[in-house]
Ligand binder design. Sequence first.
Ligand SMILES: Cc1cc2nc3c(=O)[nH]c(=O)nc-3n(C[C@H](O)[C@H](O)[C@H](O)COP(=O)(O)O)c2cc1C
Length: 356
Amino acid sequence: MATPPFYDPLLSYEDNYAHGPFGSFASTAKTAPADAAPRERFLGIPVHSTFGIPAGPLLNSRFVAAAFAHGFDLCVYKTVRSKATPCHPFPNTLAIECSGDLSLGQTLVAHACEKDRAPRSITNSFGVPSQPPEVWQPDMVAALRSAQPGQVLIGSFQGSGEGVAQIADYARAARLVAETGVPVLEANLSCPNEGKKGLLCFDTEKISAIVDAIRKEVTDRPLLLKLAYFEDTAALQTFVRTLADKVDGFCAINTLSARVVDANGQQALPGAGRDISGICGATIRWAGLSMTQKLAALRAENNMNFAIVGNGGVLTPADDAAYRDAGADAVMSATGAMWNTQLAQQIKKERCHEVK
Ligand SMILES: Cc1cc2nc3c(=O)[nH]c(=O)nc-3n(C[C@H](O)[C@H](O)[C@H](O)COP(=O)(O)O)c2cc1C
């Protein structure tokens, strides 16, 4: 059942940041029934459930507090940077027309989201905006305080610049996030909305250098890597074999990139480099499931024990179950949760008889 979205796509990112969250997330009164003692573990941490909201829709501590209060037990604070970075111009979220699975290379028609109708899929294009650390660090501390026992806040971050400067900036951003006390870090390596440089996560050598630099700065807590969909299974194999010992898990997938046009065939999102943007929601579920299966197979074949956080197109408890069947240790939903704030509770209800 659709509820008004907690991130309002008809408002700018700045207005959402200043006035959100909306709909039932406007109140942080606890709506989820009281959980008994935590029954599951995420990266060794006791949790009520291994379900939550990935990096993106939880813009600040008010959004995070509302998500925790609604029973999303794993919450990722939207990706931050080591310095203030503006958001791409409005609009940043459009509904897309695609009734089936998105094909790689497909062009999609987009239009404004309708007020009270949940889209199956959307495109999002923000450019990884960030408040300066002086603002987001204390806010991340506030977000952390809203976690109850059995709930985990994850701090997502990204490095800026090119070459060695970018490697150093990933390490700087990781340290700034760790200073807030968040128990788990996540490096975003897969943002599709930053021009046409190609996705960072496909450059295994560079990621290895980034992870080494992060690990020098932060030694004492789990590190997840946020990945895009790897079409090339051999490339994924090389990536996993190189990185698996250095990190604690992989979160997959970020959005799939596609060309997005309006009803007249013109670029739908204004500005240079925004002809291609990230697609999320039901239409990319196949890709998230495929990555989860591939990661799980590699883990088994190589006797590895990294965690897999599955996401992409989780709109219902059945989608959550499909990810767990594919090998995910935890599951997250961005688009689905935005329009269904009861999703965590619905999934808990379905899963309560399965979890030992
Ligand atoms: C509004 C919105 C903002 C997002 N911003 C980020 C971000 O800052 N960092 C990131 O790693 N992923 C970001 N994402 C991608 C999501 O974390 C997720 O990987 C993707 O949306 C696929 O999941 P879904 O189909 O459940 O939406 C964003 C997604 C949405 C919908």
